[in-house]
Write a protein that binds this ligand. Structure first.
Ligand code: 3H9
Length: 694
């Protein structure tokens, strides 16, 4: 036995327990422990074995931190083969999140019982892989082809009840201890005289050959250019015509190929980067938070309130007057309706939440007893400072005062109070009830326990927290400003906005910068530029074409046209010669840029700004920047985030490009000293990450 797996007897039943916190992942020690336990079961006179787990979950998969390193025996398919080959029944008793290799272990057992509330899935494709321990071959034999294709190629999780409906498990047990549920199930099997029932002995499901092309096309469309889902599809189908051993060999070959893919490295980097980012940067004990106030009931305030309610917090929302408070309350109720429709909330929970946890008020005085306030009022320094001065007067000592500002100087806001140690930035992204990113902005005087409270709150609200220092735009919006400027420069240099959008969506972003601009409204940028006109450095190259569009009444989607034209035939917009003529008239004729040149500039600007943000200590790790861009700015996950992408693309190439762009525009293209250092020394951003196993 290893420490990770124990073997005990409960009467006539052998109980094999995996205990390897935090999620009982299948490390080499767990795999070896399972082999030893199965050998002991083979030599024992127990009539059945139960395989269960201690702690919060049944095995949640292979140990991802071992990926990319040489595989250590025993390999998982062999371990599962041993379980399946046992001469007496083995029952897997499931709880928590039974994922990936964990579900494959369960499929190797002869029977499966799950506690109500268990979630099951094969999420390997979300890591750029496919199930590599028999999942592609055993699952279809239990659930039929279509369900198996759906589960494996989407990576989605299902409930115990749905798993029962699909025949994936045999029994759902109500609550209690998973091992006890497994023992009860095993006794049932013994009483009924049931022997082992290996899934691999079940016949492969029949294949509806004429339906295959349509099914494959569906998988290909959803995969959006990623290799893993299609490879999984082909492996499932290919295996159904073969004996299990040959199907397993097919699966192994595909698994090994995908393990070597850049998408796998990027997706696993993303997995660890977002978890490393969300770890509190301090051990200070968080302050208790049960009641919060939200100041401002606009879209952002509503989203924050809805998200806090779903996390079980008591929320008081402040608006200027009862009519505005009423509008905000209706908005929040509508968001919670959406959560019910998406299956995130039950209708009863929604009613209870709104009736018991939520109230509105028309003045800050109602916040005198709350534990934490999140201010989400108009983005102007004088307005924010006035609110913070009032909050300082009204809120109890020790209450945390947070601002949702997305650009402003947090130190200046904190200075409006007598307690800057209690002030922090909580920068949510819109819509805040849906978007998972939360930038936690730590000011000069912010107390450590205030920072740790913010991280604890983020976790409770299901957000991915990333620490940022104070600068204009923090991590995300500062990066955005740099690469948006590079896009505008590409247009000033002769590219059309459509060329830019095509190049950027071709990279994997869901939308290009000009599609996003039309959606947000071009008048916002126009107003900002007018505000900055007086202070603009003469070396800047402002997007005159954007001003001309707004001046021609083209405000974006809301006015039927911006960069694109929107009408009934093209609700998502189509290129518009009228817009092109306005843009062409605003710039001298230039030869333009091809898609590769546009992408190279866009990405170079992004990575260069990221390097500056790191160098200045605004972000603690390159992976933190990746987490921000992945979760707040639509960076394609299978490319891992800009800093991971840069490592793979080559820092030397990027630095070289920037040096050559700087010959034409030395003002904008100032090479980050960190990027220059890494490029010149053959270093990588990943070397700066504390935990990067990809
Ligand atoms: C696979 O199984 C391949 C096989 O088909 C074939 C093999 C041949 N490994 O997320 P949390 C760590 S592919 C190593 O914060 P939660 C995680 O880093 C795998 N470590 O908790 C974190 O560490 P730290 C298929 C793992 O409650 C800690 O556990 N499986 C693994 O919000 C807590 O994690 C998956 O893709 C792992 N597999 O969520 C499942 N999983 O505290 C991936 C977690 O140091 N995991 N850790 O930051 C998850 O989806 C979530 O972690 C889970 C728990 C739902 C389990």
């Amino acid at each position: 036995m290893t420490d990770a797996v124990s073997y005990a007897r409960n009467g006539e039943i052998a109980v094999i327990t995996v205990d390897s916190p935090p999620v009982n992942a299948l490390s080499a020690a767990v795999r070896q422990g399972l082999v030893t336990a199965m050998e002991r079961f083979a030599a024992d006179d127990a009539q059945a074995a139960v395989l269960c787990c201690a702690g919060r979950t049944f095995i949640a998969g292979a140990d991802i931190s071992e990926f990319g390193k040489p595989p250590q025996p025993p390999l998982l398919p062999e371990v599962i083969g041993l379980i399946e080959a046992a001469s007496r029944p083995v029952i897997a008793a499931l709880h928590g999140t039974v994922l990936g290799g964990g579900l494959e272990v369960a499929l190797g057992a002869h029977g499966r019982v799950a506690l109500a509330g268990t979630r099951l899935g094969l999420p390997e494709v979300t890591l750029g892989l496919l199930p590599g321990a028999g999942g592609t071959q055993r699952l279809p034999r239990l659930t039929g082809l279509e369900s198996a294709v759906d589960l494996i190629t989407s990576g989605r999780q299902i409930s115990a009840e749905d798993a029962l409906g699909l025949g994936l498990i045999d029994t759902v047990a109500e609550g209690g201890d998973p091992c006890a549920a497994g023992i009860a199930e095993a006794r049932h099997w013994i009483a009924e005289g049931r022997g082992p029932r290996p899934v691999s002995a079940l016949p492969a499901p029949a294949i509806d050959v004429p339906a295959l092309p349509a099914l494959r096309a569906k998988v290909e469309k959803a995969a959006k250019g990623q290799p893993a889902p299609l490879r999984a599809f082909d492996t499932i189908i290919g295996g159904m015509a073969l004996p299990l051993a040959e199907g397993m060999a097919l699966e192994r070959a595909a698994f090994v190929d995908l393990m070597a893919s850049p998408e796998r490295a990027a997706l696993i980097h993303a997995f660890f980067a977002e978890r490393a980012a969300a770890r509190p940067p301090t051990d200070a004990k968080p302050r208790p938070v049960a009641r919060i106030g939200v100041v401002g009931g606009g879209t952002m305030g509503q989203g924050i309130a809805a998200s806090a309610l779903s996390a079980g917090l008591d929320v008081t929302l402040i608006e200027r007057d009862p009519a505005a408070a009423d509008r905000a309350a209706k908005g929040i109720a509508a968001m919670q309706d959406g959560a019910v429709k998406r299956g995130k909330l039950t209708a009863a929970a929604r009613e209870r939440m709104l009736a018991e946890q939520f109230r509105t008020a028309a003045g800050l005085d109602a916040l005198s007893e709350v534990d934490l306030v999140i201010e989400a009022v108009f983005e102007a320094m004088d307005v924010k400072r006035a609110v913070f001065a009032d909050l300082d007067r009204i809120c109890r000592p020790g209450a945390i005062l947070a601002t949702n500002t997305s650009y402003l100087d947090l130190n200046a806001i904190a200075a409006a109070t007598s307690r800057p140690q209690d002030v922090i930035g909580l920068h949510f992204f819109s819509p805040a009830n849906v978007m998972r990113l939360l930038e936690i902005v730590v000011a000069d005087a912010t107390a450590e326990d205030v920072t740790s409270t913010a991280f604890a709150l983020a976790k409770r609200m299901g957000k991915i927290a990333v620490r940022s220092g104070v600068c204009d735009g923090f991590i995300g919006n500062r990066m955005l400003s740099a690469y948006r400027t590079a896009a505008d420069h590409a247009v000033l240099d002769g590219a059309s906005p459509y060329d830019v959008d095509r190049a950027i969506t071709g990279f994997g972003f869901a939308m290009g910068p000009y599609q996003v601009g039309d959606l947000a409204g071009l008048d916002i940028g126009y107003a900002n530029r007018r505000r900055l006109d007086a202070s603009r450095d003469p070396r800047e190259r402002p997007p005159i074409f954007a001003d001309r569009l707004v001046e021609a009444g083209r405000l974006g989607r809301k006015s039927g046209g911006g960069y694109y034209r929107y009408d009934a035939e093209a609700p998502n917009g189509r290129p518009d010669p009228e817009a092109e003529a306005i843009i062409d008239a605003s710039r001298p004729p230039k030869p333009g840029l091809d898609a590769d040149q546009i992408r190279a500039r866009y990405m170079a600007a992004m990575v260069n700004e990221g390097a500056k943000i790191l160098d200045e200590g605004i972000a603690a790790r390159p992976g933190d920047i990746d987490a921000v861009l992945l979760h707040g700015y639509g960076f394609p996950r299978h490319k891992g985030g800009p800093m991971h992408w840069a490592d793979a693309y080559g820092l030397e190439r990027i630095a070289q490009d920037i040096r050559s762009y700087a010959q034409d525009d030395p003002y904008f293209w100032q090479l980050s000293p960190l990027l220059a250092r890494l490029a010149d020394s053959g270093g990588r951003f990943a070397d700066l990450d504390r935990k990067d196993t990809a």
